[in-house]
Write a protein that binds this ligand. Structure first.
Ligand code: C5P
Length: 234
């Protein structure tokens, strides 16, 4: 079975709806992402339940003092997810504390949110380009020991070229801001289609609303999968 790169963002607040969606999507997805909406509404038990049968990406985007983050990482590990996010902008000590507190779980550092465009970055005092900021944060996070990075599709190629493939010790690249042709961009700013992002070097592509908001989520997930696998299936 080939690696299924599709990660579905379960950004819903109702547990029953989430479980129904997971059941409907079945094996057409590789990873389930539990983010702040689902985690805050349904609690940690949702993560342990989903982790019994699937790879779970717990997207809490932690950003706090090192001791707090280390505590949260250890508590999250007990729930059994494969991935957990922290913000790279939390700084070296926080990133090192997260990487040290994780055992089997892979820590991913979020570089710059895919919802931020140039003006938003200027508003928060980042005067350089998004890609310069991503490169700086990626260097920091990887040297602090994290396993991978969350970045927009527009930076994947640059990061892959610079840090190399996973098979040669390069970072796992997890990429949101994915929009199949014809779907609404919503609040995302720096986007690409699923196959463009994978060609650029993404390992996992995160897709939320284009699948969860579709009239038929399973059919949509299968279409995306067929598209990215060139019809080969997984
Ligand atoms: O619905 P949509 O496809 O835009 O969902 C994207 C998901 O990826 C959301 O769950 C969001 O929290 C997450 N994400 C993101 N940008 C990042 C990191 C995570 O959009 N930099």
């Amino acid at each position: 079975m080939k690696h299924n790169p599709i990660c579905v963002a379960l950004d819903l607040s109702d547990r029953a709806e989430i479980m129904a969606l997971v059941e409907a999507l079945d094996t057409s997805i590789g990873t389930l992402k539990v983010g702040l909406t689902a985690f805050t509404s349904c609690g940690p038990e949702l993560v342990s339940e989903l982790a019994q049968t699937a790879d779970v990406f717990l997207d809490l985007k932690l950003h706090d003092i090192p001791v707090q983050v280390a505590g949260a990482v250890a508590a999250a590990e007990a729930l059994g997810p494969r991935f957990l996010t922290v913000h790279a902008s939390g700084g070296r000590a926080m990133l090192e504390a997260a990487a040290e507190a994780a055992d089997e779980m892979e820590i991913l550092a979020v570089t710059v949110l895919t919802s931020l465009g140039g003006e938003d970055l200027a508003d928060i005092g980042m005067d350089g380009s998004a890609s310069d900021q991503v490169a700086r944060l990626a260097e920091l996070a990887l040297s602090a020991g994290v396993a991978g990075l969350v970045c927009s599709p527009l930076e994947v190629e640059m990061l892959r070229t610079h840090f190399g493939p996973v098979s040669a010790g390069g970072p796992v690249l997890v990429v949101p801001g994915i929009r199949p042709r014809g779907s609404a961009r919503g609040d995302q700013r720096r986007t690409m289609t699923p196959s463009e992002a994978l060609r650029a070097g993404a390992d996992h592509i995160v897709i939320g609303r284009p699948i969860t908001g579709a009239a038929d989520p399973l059919a949509t997930a299968r279409e995306i999968l067929a598209d990215v696998s060139g019809g080969a299936g997984f």
